[in-house]
Write a protein that binds this ligand. Structure first.
Ligand SMILES: NC(=O)c1ccc[n+]([C@@H]2O[C@H](COP(=O)([O-])OP(=O)(O)OC[C@H]3O[C@@H](n4cnc5c(N)ncnc54)[C@H](OP(=O)(O)O)[C@@H]3O)[C@@H](O)[C@H]2O)c1
Length: 359
């Protein structure tokens, strides 16, 4: 379903390629697109006028914003929700509150805040939005942590809490284990005493990646190729057979995760990076009683947006894990805002680092 989504902070794009000096007081620089396209040159830096501050609104100076796969899918027009044009790219990021309307009590100048919903348009230097569009995050966490906490670590947190009761010692298996979500799964699971089997794609410096994931708390790291060649006992080693599988790849890789689950296990699909249909052997459903679920953070947040308490609790808990040292931000490459083209290209070519625009 194609659903028009407000860029809640949208303004009017004025002109192309303006620098800091020529920017008007009530405007910002934003990465704007007016059509979808698979080559990412639909995105341009433009000056955009900002609405006046209302009684319930907030002026937010954006500090940092990542480029996530969903952002790229939105640019291409392949995401299930799409913005109205002209649209500002980006759905996640952290900003500093610089001014609040007379009726705003939830935020103060100097606070750090993140948008809670998809479609904010975070690739911009400033925004004016409703205070209710934002969630407060602690200022004493790292900038990269705050910029990347609202989507991927929250997704990992929900998938580890909402589908199967995980006791310490239980095992979770996931593919795309080096993704930002995968890194968060490893760390949050480790904090819960839950073991993880982590499937990655083979690569030239595979052992380095394996070491990095082990340093986060991974118990087993295995390539898709090894999963196909090894007996399952050799992969699982002395761990319990997985009760929960997390799949962000699809295709054969998703099938490998599914096949390794114990009878009665659950697999949650939350991404389709391989862009190939999931291999599901009929016997897994008939004889092994495997349950399949999907998860979409955007929908979960929207389902919980009437009473924001579950959303606030989740973000507070995940920020707490980060502040306590149980969760670190994903491996990031910081890119100055004006070099957005480089960051967009790099994102489509390699997933070794999460590219974060620094405003
Ligand atoms: N459902 C939700 O609510 C939700 C929330 C957050 C994220 N997601 C989804 O979760 C996935 C990961 O997001 P992220 O931000 O964590 O990603 P990321 O950090 O950008 O990493 C991308 C991951 O995808 C893998 N990958 C890329 N192309 C692939 C292919 N053709 N075959 C197999 N693996 C491939 C990469 O592995 P290599 O290193 O081998 O390239 C890497 O592990 C994405 O699909 C994203 O849309 C879903």
């Amino acid at each position: 379903m194609r659903r028009a989504l407000l860029n809640t902070t949208r303004g009017t794009a004025l002109s192309v390629g303006l620098g800091e000096r020529s920017r008007q007081l009530n405007s910002c620089a934003a990465l704007v697109y007016r059509r979808h396209g698979h080559d990412l040159d639909t995105v341009r830096m433009e000056e955009m006028s900002l609405p006046a501050l209302g009684r319930h609104s907030v002026r937010l100076k954006m500090l940092a914003s990542p480029i996530n796969p969903a952002d790229v899918n939105m640019l291409k027009g392949t995401y299930p929700i799409l913005p109205m044009f002209p649209a500002v790219g980006g759905n996640e990021g952290v900003g500093e509150v610089v001014e609040v309307g007379s009726e705003v009590t939830s935020l103060r100048p100097g606070d750090w805040a993140i948008p809670w919903d998809t479609g904010f348009g975070t690739w911009r230097t400033e925004a004016v939005c409703e205070a209710g569009d934002l969630l407060l995050v602690p200022r004493d966490m790292s900038l990269l942590g705050a910029a990347t906490i609202g989507v991927n670590p929250c997704t990992a947190y929900r998938m580890l809490h909402d589908f199967v009761p995980l006791k310490p010692g239980a095992t979770v298996i996931q593919n795309g284990a080096n993704s930002a979500v995968g890194q968060a799964v490893i760390q949050i699971a480790a904090a819960l005493g839950v073991k993880t089997i982590n499937v990655i794609r083979d690569r030239p410096h595979r052992r380095e990646l394996e070491k990095e994931l082990m340093s986060m708390g991974a118990d087993v790291v295995v390539t898709e190729e090894e999963m196909q060649g090894l007996r399952l006992e050799n992969v699982i080693q002395d761990l319990q057979r997985p009760v929960l599988g997390l799949n962000c790849v699809g295709g054969l890789s998703g099938g490998l995760v599914l096949s390794s689950l114990r009878d009665g296990g659950t697999m949650v699909t939350y991404g389709g990076m391989a862009k190939k249909p999931l291999h599901i052997p009929a016997k897994a459903l008939i004889f092994r009683n495997i349950t399949l679920h999907g998860f979409w953070m955007t929908q979960w947040k929207r389902n919980n947006s009437q009473d924001m308490s579950r959303l606030v609790t989740m973000v507070t808990t995940v920020c707490g894990l980060m502040k306590a040292g149980h969760l670190r931000p994903p491996h990031c490459a910081q890119v100055p805002f004006h070099q957005y083209r480089r960051a967009l290209q790099a994102t489509t070519q390699s997933h070794q680092r999460k590219h974060v625009l620094i405003m």
